[in-house]
Design a protein around this ligand. Structure first.
Ligand code: AMP
Ligand code: MG
Length: 315
């Protein structure tokens, strides 16, 4: 199933998050049933990333947004491990530093856009400047309200330079968030993640909801669509994200560049009699076998001749 069709926010459409089911999980009932598809999608991603890296004509930007504990880190972990780390750059955007604060809001983002052949993942992004900034009234409306247009222009620029952008909004319920915070409390490996603001932010849930809706309505475009990923089930979130990334990359119809050298010549010149330093006997054996075969061939001719002679003798 192509989740893109089901989960895309159609450009220009009105968005009410209450109309979305955060627990929706498509045709699979549980993680076990989805496991086979998940493995397939990850293998597709592995293959496509190799093509992307070799072909160097496209790049992919994956933007992750969602409330605390929605699973942004989880997507990074479970989906990106299908990729060769050499070709991927993950950037987490936190509270701006004083220097970042002194610049326009896209200043810190642009250097992390992916170059051709690469995949960039934004764990939070330029969208924080119309989300947390709006929910907390960090700048007046007259400032944040112009940013939707600036973001669309910025993303168009990236698109025109060969970058395809997919944006995942990970949707969970407040109940699921509290459950996950509770699990963190009980898990020594994740206790470090807990902050007081995780809990105090919950009071702003409705403000965040309005900010997310405005972001989805204003910034889902043909060239950089938003997908709302139902994320109450972690396994479905990972499945949908990996399927959408795989399908997006496959749509590039990438081809590896043709070799720039004469492979047959190289094979003949360097490999036919090459000595493998790790296994020098092997090369010697190949040489000997080759010599023997040549000799055998020669002997064969001799034999044939001999046979011919003996035949003629006997006849
Ligand atoms: P975390 O992702 O949990 O490590 O937290 C990062 C924090 O940085 C979140 O609370 C974000 O809301 C905050 N943050 C990210 N970008 C901005 C921004 N442009 N302005 C203010 N806060 C931000
Ligand atoms: Mg956090």
């Amino acid at each position: 199933m192509d989740y893109r069709k089901k989960l895309i926010v159609k450009p220009g459409s009105k968005v009410r998050l209450k109309d979305f089911d955060p627990a929706w999980h498509g045709k699979h009932e549980n993680e076990k049933e989805a496991a086979e598809d998940m493995v397939k999608h990850l293998a597709r991603i592995t293959k496509q990333q190799r093509l992307l890296y070799g072909e160097k004509r496209h790049s992919l930007l994956v933007v992750l947004q969602g409330i605390d504990a929605a699973g942004k880190d989880g997507v990074c972990w479970h989906v990106l491990h299908a990729m060769n780390p050499q070709g991927v750059d993950v950037t987490g955007f936190k509270q701006p530093t004083p220097e970042e604060h002194d610049h326009d809001f896209l200043w810190r983002v642009h250097p992390h856009a992916p170059g051709l052949g690469r995949i960039a993942v934004f764990n939070r992004s330029h969208y924080e400047d119309v989300l947390v900034v709006r929910a907390h009234k960090l700048v007046p409306k007259s400032v944040w309200s112009t940013r939707y247009d600036r973001i669309n222009e910025f993303e168009r620029l990236l698109h025109e330079n060969g970058t395809t952008i997919v944006k995942f909004f990970l949707l969970i319920t407040p109940e699921e968030q509290l459950k996950r915070f509770g699990e963190r409390l009980d898990d020594p490996m994740r206790q470090w993640k807990i902050s007081n603001s995780d809990y105090s932010e919950r009071a702003l849930w409705d403000d965040y909801t309005r900010a997310y809706e405005a972001m989805l309505e204003n910034c889902s475009t043909e060239h950089a669509p938003w997908y709302v990923i139902p994320s109450n089930n972690k396994w479905f979130r990972n499945l949908a994200a990996s399927q959408i990334i795989a399908a997006t990359l496959e749509d590039f119809h990438m081809k590896l560049p043709a070799p720039t050298v004469d492979l047959a010549k190289i094979r003949a010149e360097y490999h036919a009699t090459a000595v493998d330093p790790a296994n020098p006997e092997k090369a010697a054996k190949v040489q000997n076998d080759k010599g023997r075969n040549d000799k055998d061939k020669g002997d064969g001719k001799e034999n044939d001749k001999g046979k011919g002679k003996s035949k003629s003798k006997s006849s």
